[in-house]
Write a protein of this length. Sequence first.
Length: 681
Amino acid sequence: MCNGTMCDGTMCVPQTLDDLEQRTKEAGIEISVRQSFLTDPTVAVKNLKRQDARIIVGLFYETEARKVFCEVFKEKLYGKKYVWFLIGWYADNWFKIKDPAINCSVENMTEAVEGHVTTEIVMLNPETIKGVSNLTSQEFLEELMSRLGGKNPEETGGFQEAPLAFDAVWALALALNKTSQRLSSRGRHLEDFNYNNHDITAEIYRAMNTSSFEGVSGHVVFDAQGSRMAMTLIEQLQGGMYKKIGYYDSSQKNLSWFGNDVWIGEEEGEEEEEEEGEDEEEEGEEEEEEGEEEEEGEGGGGGGGGGSGPPADRTVVREVYRYLSQKLFAAVSVFAGLGIVLGIICLSFNIYNSNVRYIQNSQPYLNNMTAVGCIMALAAVFPLGIDGHHIHRSQFPVVCQFRLWLLGLGFSVAYGSMFTKIWWVHTLFTKKEEKKKKFTKEAPKEDLDVLIQPLLEHCSSDKINTWLGVVYGYKGLLLLLGIFLAYETKSVSTEKINDHRAVGMAIYNVAVLCLITAPVTMILSSQQDASFAFASLAVVFSAYITLVVLFVPKIRRLITRGEWQSEQQDTLKTGSSTNNNDEEKSRQLERENRELQKIIQEKEERVSALRTQLAERQALRSRRRSNAQNHNSAPGGHPEPKSLLPPPGYPSEPIPQSIYPPEGKMSRNHCHSSQIPLLYK
């Protein structure tokens, strides 16, 4: 058990605190925190809350008590989790008195002080027995009231302590009487007393120390230190009023408990416990439910468990293992199982049709490795979800090794085969580009009350950070390099590997999922359901996408086109085969040929029109020369106008017609060398 003490500067008497600590230590009680303040208790109250003090003993006067509980209300340091022990001689309505030094309402104060316990010396004997004064406690009160003359006892100072003062006078009288008897036997008298006479002083002390009688305040007796060993009254504030819940007789070490103590939140605690139990049952987390119930029983109610008694003296930290949700594990396992079946189907299909030319052109042995790797990765989902719910903790390291190797090998085989294929395509593509550079002109290249201590079982080792860094490092580089190669070869066509575009698509998906999943699972490592769901679904989706992208198009092609013959049958039937790449090139060349033929036809029509115009002009010139000759031979003829004569140096002989072929008879042999050449298939 532990508790805390809090006192103001005026009441923090070292002797009192030391005596309290000594007595608590003898009783096996630990004082975990000790706070004091002068005028402002704010920091002290916050420290009590920070140190998780639950049972707090307050030593301060009434005025300081109001300041303390105003801060207690603000810090919520009250309720069913806390118990306050205060001095019992405050006024019954001390917390309802308006105090300008605090900024809390009466309702706030009433809420904060509810349920606190007070202890004080019994001022009035509860039993109706006559003591040494021949008066009972009730007779003493009646006599006292008659002496007050009708004054209000609450407004009369020292009224509550009057029985103690009355018994103190009787104790002194009895001690002096006993001392007088002892002194008279030795021929001495009390009148001989002075402060230098140690013998008479010792006799008086001895007589007081051995005093024992019944008074109006109860049985009067003193301890070795001279303190009154009286009955202690224990009260509790219930509903704004103090109720007696017990007595303690320090002389007899006897506790009388009435059993009428009430603790805050008893009924609410029981209802909350039942509701939590129902919710946890619905979730199916039986182990966590048991841990919480035990925790509430031991820490939430020290008297009877489950909130049926006083609160715990401290926050009980219980270690409860968190297990994976079985519904989530079952759902993901079903998807993984279906993925394994799909992988087996794809692998069987690829092996059975390995003699088909279309399958042979896709590097079937690499596809087989991809399918096997996907199956292994999907199989790793099952050990990934195994925890202490299924096996003993001593077997957990074996499961860790198994899941690590299975998932690692599955990823390496599946991704490695796809990476090999895309690397092969990239290598071939690079070589072809190098040859083209020698013959073509190219532009230069541009440049993540009880506290439950959740525990999760993790696979770890002493060098976990080093190993994770190495594995994530080289696998991350492979993923990035795979993405780069897939991008570089997206427009390449080759007969050897006809599905490299599908491989590139699979690499994109796998790389993206892996690059996202790795850091996210590290961040969610403390949330077992989220971490398992993210990691397992990433594995499942990666495997599904890879299998579907690589194998489904092949299955669909062979089913729809009926291309089931082997390579030998295909050779005998067609003599030669043209793959998709050749067909595409052929169609492209045909389109270019048609466009060029159209351009040539337009050019030929233009040449024909120009040739016609040239012939007409030549004929017109011939007629003009004939007319000119006729005019020159006629007598008195006029000379030919200068404008009709050919320019100087122009030949006068007729141009041979053989230079220009007949209209419409122009052939390709007569085309000028600047004409666009024809491209024939």
